[in-house]
Design a protein around this ligand. Structure first.
Ligand SMILES: C[S@@+](CC[C@H](N)C(=O)[O-])C[C@H]1O[C@@H](n2cnc3c(N)ncnc32)[C@H](O)[C@@H]1O
Length: 272
């Protein structure tokens, strides 16, 4: 099982969907326009949030393959998509669920048919070695690629707290510890991925897509802050007392910004 609960993914879904860059989605939809059928594979799908955000914007009869190594999340994805009111509006939407580990099944998954490879909130967890292999395979199979919500290292809190800078630095260091793929790329994942894609014959578009949260989403803000404080404490750079002090002050937060990057990459010289 992964460390991501269905409850956490549900809590963040509205902010995740709102953050997406409409320009990248429109460009992707234009690239796929005119096809009768579009097949999509979603890596690290969790409970299917990426499908719920993206499928309504894509053309054609869509078939999606949702891949995750956590069967509990795949079961939740199946239930959430069944209950999703957007499904009825997408004639012929077909969804398959596949339990697979991206560390060991990457080559097979990318070799299988797919007009589009996508993923949300995944790539800061993986290592740069894995990212390198991923881009090599993506280029070999000339797949279109769209990803959202790669954490970019930026957190802004209003009102500010004297510990904000050290907390962010400690959290960013924690983001680069091993999340199962070797030392994680963390906030370096986005620039690394974009650069490798450009070197590998892709046209690449990037967009800054921060979460902009205010007190209407206090439960999400507080859950984020708890995770950030916990991770910062685990690095040893922040003491338990400092983390507790910082966390206690978060209850008075008015708003915050958590930075992300979205990337669209299309094989160069493809017809679009
Ligand atoms: C931050 S969650 C994002 C989930 C979903 N994409 C979303 O946007 O809500 C990261 C996802 O990656 C999955 N994941 C992590 N490591 C994986 C691996 N080695 N193989 C397959 N899935 C993995 C987790 O189970 C989790 O569902």
């Amino acid at each position: 099982m992964s460390g991501f609960s269905p409850e956490w993914l549900r809590l963040r879904e509205p902010a995740d969907h709102r953050a997406r860059d409409a320009g990248l989605v429109a460009r992707l939809a234009a690239h796929l326009a005119g096809r009768d059928k579009v097949s999509v594979v979603d890596f690290g799908c969790g409970t299917g949030s990426n499908l719920r955000a993206l499928a309504p914007a894509l053309p054609g009869r869509q078939s999606w393959r949702l891949v995750d190594y956590d069967p509990r999340l795949l079961a939740a994805a199946r239930g959430a998509i069944e209950a999703w009111d957007g499904k009825a509006k997408l004639a012929g939407l077909a969804v398959q669920f596949e339990t697979a580990d991206l560390r060991t099944h990457l080559a097979r998954l990318l070799a299988e048919d797919g007009d589009l490879v996508t993923a949300a909130a995944l790539f800061d967890l993986v290592s740069t070695d894995w990212l390198g292999s991923f881009v090599t395979l993506l280029a070999e199979h000339r797949r279109a690629f769209y990803t959202v919500l790669i954490y970019d290292g930026l957190m802004r809190w209003h009102p500010a707290h004297p510990l904000d800078g050290r907390i962010t630095a400690a959290f960013n260091a924690h983001q680069q510890t091993d999340k199962g793929f070797g030392p994680a790329a963390g906030a370096e994942a986005g620039p690394f991925l974009a650069a490798r894609l450009r070197e590998s014959a892709f046209d690449v578009w990037e967009a800054s897509t921060p979460w902009l949260l205010d007190r209407k989403e206090l439960p999400l803000i507080l859950a984020v802050c708890e995770g950030v404080a916990q991770a910062a404490r685990e690095t040893g750079a922040i003491s338990d007392a400092e983390a507790a002090d910082w966390l206690a002050s978060r209850k008075a937060l008015e708003r915050c910004e958590i930075g992300h990057l979205d990337i669209l990459a299309l094989p160069r010289a493809s017809i679009r």
